[in-house]
Design a binder for this molecule. Sequence first.
Ligand code: 5GP
Length: 209
Amino acid sequence: MAKKGLLIVLSGFSGAGKGTLIRKLMEAHDHYVLSVSMTTRSPREGEQEGREYFFTDEAHFTEMIDRNGFLEHAVYSGNHYGTPRAFVEEQLTAGKDVLLEIEVQGALQVKERFPEALLIYVVTPTVAELRRRLEGRGTESAEAIARRLKRAADESDTLASYEYIVINDDVTRCAEEIHGIVQGARCATARNADFMEEMRKALHAAFDH
Ligand code: 5GP
């Protein structure tokens, strides 16, 4: 029996470096795949349809909700974001470990529907470093940066559902730390219940006389 893949939710402060961590993980290990979300926000410069997001409108997004096409969905800064269900389920069945880069409300929905999902939250080593990274991007107004910092403060109140916090002080080290967490979780009893049940039955069928 093939083992199913793990569902891995990666959230974190805006500016904590989730995108870079995901790229590192996928470069280093070929069993990870990234789920591309659907959103109603407009593409930013350089973003490509189907790479960063599937860009869509409110009507299509609502239709997706109605036909249960999302694993989870949430509103963030006035825009809708959702994880298309079919891709994730196919990849898990194929044994891939699927990464979702989503915010906290969505992460909590995933945990409710898939208790075996692994929830990891990425932070910067210090508040000063978080501010430095956001300012260093040079792409956003002081107001937008202040909004992101305020959101980080709010999110820091609601992290109890995350099993793991990783500190992104060095991207290569942190990516390997995440990989270590995933490797450990793959062996956890709760995440192997189906596999062990099948083995248990096979053992009894073969050796109970
Ligand atoms: P951005 O617009 O900056 O790309 O993303 C804004 C926020 O939405 C980020 O925190 C990102 O992780 C989150 N996000 C992206 N895709 C999804 C999704 O499918 N579901 C949820 N719940 N959040 C998402």
